[in-house]
Design a protein. Sequence first.
Length: 170
Amino acid sequence: MSVKNGFKFDTDNNKLLVYQESSNVATFDNSSPNLTVASGATITAGDLTVTAGNIDVVAGTLDVQDGGAITQVTNKGNGVSLSTYSGQITTTAAALAAGVEVTFVVTNTLVAINDVVIVNVQSGGTPGEYMAAVTTVANGSFHITLTNLSGSSASDAVILNFVVIKGAAS
């Protein structure tokens, strides 16, 4: 029996097959149980929830595509607002003295207190001149501390990349 769009239960192999345009796009193997999804498949609405076990990326990448960009104004201590799961913050080119740290808030309505936020320096200045770290995470915001590691004052527009990983307390 040919199926163009829909489901077919393969009783010989105890598998549920999902078809789209006559191609098998997913297979649920009831004996394993394993769900195999065809390459390039996309969940276009809703969430993928795993209630037990792990999500393992064996080959390829974890690609967070909800991004945005914001540019800081006036000084490196001014906060910015960007509500995306990943993004790019360009700081102002205001001077930061040698060995000095400055902390600013990123208002982000998607961030919760149990989330993990990762930040890194993409560019600005010479390699190793700046270090960035997330120093506080709260509901609706996180703080980034930028440090000038050089032996002299630096006036660079530093580009920072960040990503939010949703977390839980239990």
